[in-house]
Design a protein around this ligand. Structure first.
Ligand code: GDP
Ligand code: GDP
Length: 445
């Protein structure tokens, strides 16, 4: 949605390619030890599906779409198609990995066709170009008809810098074509079968055809735009892919994480969906953690409420469990819905608006500092070894999410608990329901 302050999400760069072309080797080399980056986000670190990277001061997120080796040709091709589809949908730039030692395979041609059709920027990465001899093979890959081709060796670390230069210049275009329009963009996120398509369909009021069975074709429209009560919305689709048949659970999980990633980045607000019939799971916590760490406003929607046997205590029990598991996002509102019957969907929309409005809320500096004064008067800042924290003033530096800079005498004197106290005080004074907020502590020079 339009806002006076343009917000730029970190772009996604997707790696696509057959098993054994060296995708993981590359991924690990590029991200290296920086992979411990999101330690404070519950659950997000463990699987190496994506990682933030930086080159020449530009940040992006690298996503490895390929996970599992498949044995039979048939399944391999299907998996490759899904990878490509996913990359086209979720990323801003695609690195198409091929094997310089084996040459072009029939799957490579197939994937190239899909990528070409999509119009997404693609760099063909000829991996295993280990030496001068191998360099001869690079030119063969122009045959894929995909523009830029570069030879690298992931295991030897050759050509990586040149590739990253290309990535950065490829992403340059992305920066100028920001996705601004007048719709409120909603991402429905959650594990497979939680009810994302059902909710989308219920909201839209009709069944949309989302997957084409014709080989090699991809869906053109993945977003649904609609109007409701005079407001335009876009639902960013994160469902639909699993209908392609025999794909193992691990891949499905991987794909759903990546799709959620892409969707959340592009969204103004997210619905974190939980399956009431299963209760909150580790994967739900992961998805929620990601939404939080991206600074996105959200509502937690417990779906399939129609299918749960209820008594007086049921809601309370669910609430308790969710509060415990999602303790890092106490600001998020919760609602018990049914995508099937339409239960409380109107209320869900109201909550989404609240969350979004608060995500773009701007507090004037004067009012903010009055609040700070009150907070400091009510509870004295901490002191360490006779030195007391002094807070000079506070200012809001951005929205999406609301971000505040606190100027102090010495940053080391700020305690986590006092910072949390201040955050709570801000939340008590102003309405930030539904959105994360950020506080940055700076030393005043
Ligand atoms: P993935 O399945 O695409 O993720 O491929 P891997 O990263 O697991 O690599 C498959 C195999 O190729 C491993 O044995 C790697 O050591 C090897 N490999 C990866 N990169 C290179 C490279 O640049 N040159 C050579 N010669 N081998 C490589
Ligand atoms: P997705 O993978 O998240 O898109 O999930 P789907 O929308 O495809 O739903 C998975 C299954 O859950 C389907 O069989 C739906 O009919 C069922 N389902 C979805 N929402 C509800 C609901 O609110 N109540 C009940 N009882 N079943 C639901």
């Amino acid at each position: 949605m339009r806002n006076e302050e343009k917000f730029m999400a970190k772009p996604l760069v997707a790696i696509v390619g057959r098993p054994n072309v060296g995708k993981s080797t590359f991924f690990n080399r590029i991200t290296g030890t920086k992979l411990a980056i999101v330690e404070d986000t519950p659950g997000v670190t463990r699987d190496r599906i994506y990682a933030d990277a930086e080159w020449l001061g530009k940040e992006f997120t690298l996503v490895d779409t390929g996970g599992v080796d498949m044995d039979t040709e048939d399944v391999l091709l299907r998996q490759m198609r899904m990878q490509a589809e996913l990359a086209i949908e979720a990323s801003q730039l695609i690195l198409f990995f091929v094997d310089g030692k084996t040459g072009i395979t029939s799957e490579d041609y197939e994937v190239a066709k899909m990528l070409r059709k999509s119009g997404k920027p693609v760099i063909v990465v000829v991996n295993k170009t280990d030496n001068k001899n191998d360099e001869q093979n690079i030119y063969d890959f122009y045959e894929l008809g995909l523009g830029e081709v570069i030879g690298i060796s992931s295991s030897q670390g050759l050509g990586l810098g040149d590739l990253l230069d290309l990535v950065i210049s490829g992403l340059g275009e992305y920066e100028t074509d920001g996705e601004e329009d007048d719709t409120l963009k909603i991402a429905l996120v959650g594990k497979p079968n939680v009810g994302k398509s059902s909710l989308t369909n219920k909201i839209l009021g009709y069944d949309r055809v989302i997957v084409s069975d014709i080989p090699g074709t991809t869906r053109d429209a993945i977003d649904s735009v609609f109007e409701r009560g005079g407001q335009k919305y876009t639902i960013i689709d994160t469902a639909g892919m699993r209908k392609k048949g025999r794909i193992d659970d691990k891949s499905i999980e991987r794909y759903s994480v990546i799709r959620a990633l892409g969707a959340v980045r592009r969204a103004d607000v997210a619905v974190v969906m939980i399956d009431a019939t299963e209760g909150i799971t580790e994967q739900d916590v992961k998805v929620a953690g990601y939404v939080d760490s991206e600074g996105k406003p959200c509502v937690i929607a417990v779906n399939k409420w129609d299918a749960v046997e209820k008594d007086t205590y049921t809601i309370e029990e669910y609430n308790k469990k969710i509060s415990a598991d999602l303790a890092f996002m106490p600001y998020a509102q919760r609602i018990y819905i049914s995508a099937q019957t339409g239960l409380r969907i109107d209320r869900l929309f109201a909550m989404l608006h609240t969350a979004y409005e608060n995500n773009i809320r701007r507090i004037p500096t004067g009012v903010l500092n009055d609040c700070l004064q009150d907070a400091v008067t009510a509870a004295e800042p901490p002191s360490t070894k006779g030195r007391r924290l002094k807070i000079y003033y506070m200012t809001q530096v951005s929205v999406k999410p609301p971000t505040f800079v606190l100027f102090v005498n010495e940053t080391a004197l700020m305690h986590f608990s006092y910072q949390r106290y201040l955050e709570n005080y801000l939340r008590k004074t102003f309405d930030f329901t539904g959105t994360p907020i950020k506080i940055i502590v700076r030393q005043k020079s």
